[in-house]
Design a protein around this ligand. Sequence first.
Ligand SMILES: Nc1ncnc2c1ncn2[C@@H]1O[C@H](COP(=O)(O)OP(=O)(O)OP(=O)(O)O)[C@@H](O)[C@H]1O
Ligand code: SF4
Ligand SMILES: [Mg+2]
Length: 317
Amino acid sequence: MQEVLKIENLKKHYKPRGRVASRSSYIKALDGVNLLVPEGEIHSIVGETGSGKSTLGRIVAGLVEPTEGRVTVNGIDMFNSSRDKVRDLRKKVQIIFQDPYGSLNPRFTVKKIIEEPLKLNHVEFDRERITDILRKVGLTPPEDYMNRYPHELSGGQRQRVSIARSFVVNPSFVVADEPVSMLDASMRVSFLDLIAEIQRERGISMILISHDISIAYYLSRKINVLYLGRIVEYGNADDVVNDAMHPYTKALVQSVPKLGKIEEKEVEIKGNIQTSSSSISGCKFRDRCMFAMEKCATEDPGLKEVKKDHYVACHLY
Ligand SMILES: Nc1ncnc2c1ncn2[C@@H]1O[C@H](COP(=O)(O)OP(=O)(O)OP(=O)(O)O)[C@@H](O)[C@H]1O
Ligand code: SF4
Ligand SMILES: [Mg+2]
């Protein structure tokens, strides 16, 4: 199957905020990520806060430039092509943000919010297209919502507007960055179903970003587990959850009751995720890993195919 998104050796290094920094203290938000998303598939990126998920999503959406590496969508290099090509490409990639409060312009009506990406993409105003997408996301009758402002909507309704805004331009790729994390738990499944339904109907490829591996499992074909800017495990969603191998993935699975086959307390991880800088040698997870051995401090465990189509970066395998 043809890939829509291809990411090769993607790096993003940030200067630490508020101090004079040497190269070695730069934060490695992404540190050599490779990814392929074929047409019509949803692949997930999971990991704790600070693992680099949003940085990856923002680069794919063209909002942040990488330090190094290549991102192509439908074979076109996002950061190294003519302006016209990049402009055309931007129409095809949309992003759904986590925060339905912060991501909608409070001075715009719903109609104007949804019209905006059409305008940016030089699509003529099309009332029917707007009413269709509002209906699709469950804001019915659409006429009741068109002239409302974001503050006149609930959190769930705002997120429906965000989803409508992303899909109205018929993108070929969508990045959904924690699309349900700010919604009540009771609403999450119906939102995930809605996103999956539109994705399937239109054959859109997607990256779903989540700190919750159960959400990734529910919606995606493949899961990438990201830790400090590196993919530490990758494979079919079923294999990554039910046959988790990396100690970090095991801990993520174990943190969700009734998910996967990890016994309670089988894996314990220490402390919190640290900021990744050049000073970390060997395995970046070693300070938190109960299985760490000598070579984990010196040798960087690369991602290896440990079982068919199941890749892990850990010296235990
Ligand atoms: N503009 C920036 N300047 C400096 N550092 C940044 C910037 N954006 C992100 N970072 C740092 O890069 C790392 C990865 O951040 P990112 O937002 O991608 O993580 P995340 O996995 O999305 O986390 P969360 O789950 O909290 O959203 C963090 O250490 C973060 O502080
Ligand atoms: S490489 Fe070593 S420290 Fe890293 S996860 Fe595997 S066992 Fe733990
Ligand atoms: Mg984020």
